[in-house]
Design a protein around this ligand. Structure first.
Ligand code: NAD
Length: 415
């Protein structure tokens, strides 16, 4: 098995969890497969008049619990196997968080940093048109992921609405609030990460005040998690992004770092901090390590160097199965991705419900319900891990897979 293949890793995690479930063979086998996969090759007219071809994907992993939900990624390393893995993890995440959704994911092979704003809009509208055969409020509801944001969701919603002749805000989530987005959605994933991390520190009887934190990735998830940690009184000592990193053992002023990022588009060069590499950040002796960038950051090659007490997986798939074994042997408390970053899809669900009802909630209510979902799922996972004497990731997957398997059995195999 290649440790760097995210889909192989997702399947290995699934197979491990399935051994604790006594599933019928046919059901166990069926859940290993994505339900449908679409590859689209499409042209985009660039600003200089040239036409360039791009490749994108949309994968629905499972629909037993309801319409599929999952982000859209714009990144140069997107591949079909990566999208399959992310779609499968979305199935388990929606199930674990108790949502009426299956899992999906999409992506385009592109580095958006190399495109103008106009080119990104054109690419987005064409990609949305290409995948619209699989997308609708009742069928599949995308959201932002790496390299995409609220503006891109707005273009997708507008494109889809133009084709139908009327506004359909419920077709995507993570939109700006002006066009049917939800209050609290931008912050939801990072905030949920910190609700889960806070519960883990409590579980381990560690101090929340002054807990030391390192964050890899300073985009939507990483920056909000860092800001929330800072607001909870923790000491964020290190942050990296794709350009480099900053380190200050006394703690970094996170609101000032966010302002620095907004003006320079990088965390590097921030005053009152030394520079630090990704490898050094992952090996820091901190209470809480939050990988919030991409998959496969902690592998069999560097897991032995990881010295945190709690690993809170803001990213999807940051730890490979081989690395998991090493971290579990070291006694590191892992909050697995499908639990740790599940707050994002929980508030996406709230956004979808608000759009369908055209009735919008206050932010305090949204944050309260978000906390209830994340803390509830955290407790269920810990209880299952203790009961079955298994690691947290396997416990989370056991709960998630069981719900999807039960729904599949109740629905029956068509025809
Ligand atoms: P983003 O594009 O907003 O941010 C990604 C960040 O990672 C950027 O700061 C980028 O510079 C950094 N990065 C990229 N490559 C890196 C590298 N090699 N080393 C260090 N940093 C690197 O993306 P995001 O939405 O914050 O997503 C981050 C992760 O969280 C992904 O795994 C995504 O699937 C997951 N996630 C996102 C959401 C969401 O609501 N956005 C929800 C659940 C999970």
């Amino acid at each position: 098995m290649t440790e760097s293949n995210a889909f192989q890793n997702a399947l290995a995690q699934y197979d491990r969890a399935a051994t604790h479930l006594n599933l019928k063979r046919g059901i166990a086998e069926s859940l290993r497969y994505p339900k449908r996969e679409l590859t689209v090759n499409f042209p985009v007219r660039m600003d200089n008049g040239d036409v360039k071809m791009f490749t994108g994907y949309r994968v629905h992993h499972n629909t037993a619990l309801g319409p599929t939900k999952g982000g859209i990624r714009f990144h140069q390393d997107v591949s079909l196997d990566e999208v399959r893995a992310l779609a499968m993890w979305m199935t388990w995440k929606c199930s674990l968080m108790g949502l009426p959704y299956g899992g999906a994911k999409g992506g385009v092979i592109v580095d958006p940093k190399n495109l103008s704003n106009n080119e990104i809009e054109t690419l987005t509208r064409r990609y949305a048109t290409e995948i619209s055969v699989l997308m609708s409020p009742q069928q599949d509801v995308p959201a932002p992921d790496v390299g995409t944001n609220g503006q891109i969701m707005a273009w997708i919603m507008d494109t889809y609405s133009m084709h139908h002749g009327f506004s359909m805000p419920a077709v995507v989530t993570g939109k700006p609030v002006e066009i049917g987005g939800s209050l609290g959605r931008i912050e939801a994933t990072g905030r949920g990460v910190m609700f889960a991390a806070r519960e883990a520190l409590k579980q381990l009887r560690m101090n929340i005040e002054d807990a030391s934190v390192a964050v890899q990735g300073f985009g939507n998830v990483g920056s909000i998690a860092a800001r929330t940690a800072h607001e909870m009184g923790m000491r964020v000592v290190a942050v990296t992004d794709v350009t480099g990193g900053v380190y200050n053992p006394q703690g970094i002023d996170i609101p000032a770092l966010i302002a620095h990022l907004n003006s320079t588009r990088s965390v590097t060069g921030f005053p009152e901090a030394d520079s630090i590499s990704n490898a050094e950040l992952l090996a820091l002796k901190v209470d809480l390590l939050i990988p919030a960038a991409l998959e496969n950051q902690i592998t069999s090659a560097n897991a032995k160097d990881v010295k945190c007490k709690v690993l809170a997986e803001g990213a999807n798939g940051p730890t490979t199965p081989d690395a998991d074994d090493i971290l579990n042997d070291k006694g590191i408390f892992i909050i697995p991705d499908i639990l740790c970053n599940g707050g994002g899809v929980v508030v996406s669900y709230f956004e979808w419900v608000q759009d369908l009802q055209s009735f919008f909630w206050e932010e305090a209510e949204i944050n309260k319900q978000l906390e209830r979902h994340v803390v509830g799922a955290f407790r269920r996972v810990i209880e299952a891990a203790q009961c079955l004497k298994i690691d947290n990731r396997t416990a989370a997957q056991v709960l998630a897979i069981r719900r999807v398997a039960e729904a599949t059995m109740i629905r029956g195999i068509y025809p």
